[in-house]
Design a protein around this ligand. Structure first.
Ligand SMILES: [Zn+2]
Length: 238
């Protein structure tokens, strides 16, 4: 079967949880799709494992100062796309590992937000990959299947925190080398770029960034006959 754009309106998805490593990961890879969901009135929540506290070339700043700047930028980017829920887990930037502690927290967030779809990093190669992206992608997949589903796993969340076990039917992995679904972002590309530009500390030339992001969306869309798209690897967890 030749690749084709996915029909979002035909999918039984009302609640979306996006789990990423750093501020600006969402805007770099899946914000056009997020905007499609918020435009359709769907619930979208973000969970960021770190606050990107090492993301500066200025040695006079402390990690705490960088984190504060980047959390504010991420909240503004979310506001532009109509996303109300942004949670920071405050793992240290560039030191994330797919530990049991992270898995437990991602199970908690999944049981809290109860998504029909989770969007996260593809944890498998390319070989040149930020270790936090690999760790968060791996930990998220491990949290969703089977841990969030099984009530005896991290049972204290159910016993003490009022949460319920939750089945996530599918996951979409971005920054993948093996995409199998494409989302049309022609209508949302400019808002995606506006949200990326809200991360003011992470770019020096807005015009260049806009050119690069438009080219990336165009190149991805060209695979399926669209003028702008984002691509994902779909993982069926049912
Ligand atoms: Zn990142």
């Amino acid at each position: 079967m030749s690749p084709a754009p996915v029909d979002l309106a035909a999918l039984p998805i009302d609640r979306v949880l996006v789990i990423v490593a750093h501020p600006d990961d969402i805007e770099s890879w899946c914000a056009g799709t997020v905007c499609r969901f918020t435009d359709a009135g769907k619930y979208v929540a973000y969970v960021l494992c770190t606050s990107g506290d090492k993301g500066t070339s200025d040695p006079t700043l402390t990690p705490q100062q960088v984190a504060a700047i980047r959390e504010a930028e991420q909240k503004e980017a979310a506001r532009i796309l109509g996303v109300e829920s942004v949670t920071f887990l405050h793992w240290p930037d560039s030191e994330v590992e797919p530990t049991l502690a992270l898995r437990r927290e991602l199970v908690r967030q999944t049981r809290k937000h109860r998504p029909d779809l989770v969007i996260t990093h593809d944890p498998v190669p390319p070989y040149r990959l930020h270790p936090d992206h690999r760790a968060v992608g791996r930990a998220t997949l491990d949290a969703l299947f089977p841990c969030a589903r099984d009530p005896l796993t991290f049972a204290e969340q159910i016993r003490d925190e009022g949460l319920q076990a939750h089945i996530v039917p599918e996951v979409w992995l971005f920054a993948t080398e093996v995409p199998d679904i494409w989302v049309d972002i022609v209508e949302t590309l400019l808002r995606k770029i506006a949200a990326r530009l809200a991360h003011v500390s992470q770019h020096t030339d807005p015009q260049e960034l806009e050119r690069n992001w438009k080219k990336r969306a165009h190149d991805t869309g060209a695979m399926v006959g669209l003028s702008a798209a984002e691509a994902f690897k779909r993982v069926d967890l049912q």
